[in-house]
Design a protein around this ligand. Structure first.
Ligand SMILES: [Fe+2]
Length: 240
């Protein structure tokens, strides 16, 4: 696979959240303190990599019900399938790209040394998974629905249930890190991080939809979450 001469559409900074959003307190210290500089051209390494053809995935890498204990015990919580299609902004599927995800357990606790929330760790749940999209751009995970958790932002801030997602797309420069929320969660409109998005339609693109047709009777519900990354300029401007 070659990525030579690829050029991608610029990121729309009105659609993505700003780096500095005072309502999301951590963004104040994390955001750039000086004006951004524009790069005229992406670097070669941004355009030619990465190539995942040598990646060897384990049989349970996309199965969080099994991967932490290798099937010795099942985690607590609502069993779900999370799946969807990775596409570019022009609707072209992105095959064979890496999708990574991480999440809290059913009680809202991460398996991380800095997470000291009251909810207990689940001895049968790690909370990380990865897979490659197939020929048609589809990815799929089996997991449990994470719980909401409180965090120190305002007096009483809670994150809606969410699964963190990183998707690479056709090149390093298209990598997107986002979160999937769950359709109908009343905490979505209360979340200070969700409020950093200016356009309500942008929030809707981050909501996984209940998909009964892809659920498994007496086993798992399914949520569909399609992910859109930047597109190649040549699919838009035919002369380039
Ligand atoms: Fe989180």
């Amino acid at each position: 696979m070659t990525h030579d001469n690829k050029r991608f559409v610029a990121r729309d900074r009105n659609w993505h959240p700003p780096a500095y959003a005072p309502g999301y307190k951590t963004s104040v210290a994390r955001s750039p303190q000086q004006a951004l500089m524009s790069m005229q051209q992406p670097t070669v390494s941004e355009l030619t990599g990465p190539d995942f053809s040598h990646l060897r995935l384990g049989p349970y890498d996309n199965d969080l019900l099994m991967n932490f204990t290798q099937g010795e015990g099942l985690p607590q919580g609502e069993r779900i399938i999370m799946f969807g299609r990775v596409m570019d902004q022009f609707g072209k599927p992105v095959p064979h790209t890496l999708v990574e995800m991480w999440q809290a357990n059913a009680g809202g606790r991460y398996r991380h040394k800095k997470d000291a929330y009251l909810a207990p760790l689940d001895p049968h749940f790690g909370g990380v998974g990865r897979c490659l999209t197939d020929d048609q751009g589809f990815y799929r995970f089996r997991t449990i629905k994470p719980g909401p958790y409180p965090w120190p932002n305002d007096v009483n801030s809670w994150r809606p249930a969410h699964i963190h997602v990183s998707v690479t797309g056709p090149s390093t420069s298209t990598r997107l890190i986002t979160q999937m929320y769950f359709e109908g969660d009343p905490l979505i409109p209360l979340c200070p991080i969700v409020h950093t998005l200016k356009d309500p339609e942008a929030v809707e693109t981050m909501v996984g939809r209940l998909d009964m047709a892809n659920s498994r009777p007496m086993d798992c519900l399914a949520y569909r979450f399609d992910i859109v990354v930047r597109g190649e300029l040549q699919t838009y401007f035919e002369n380039q």
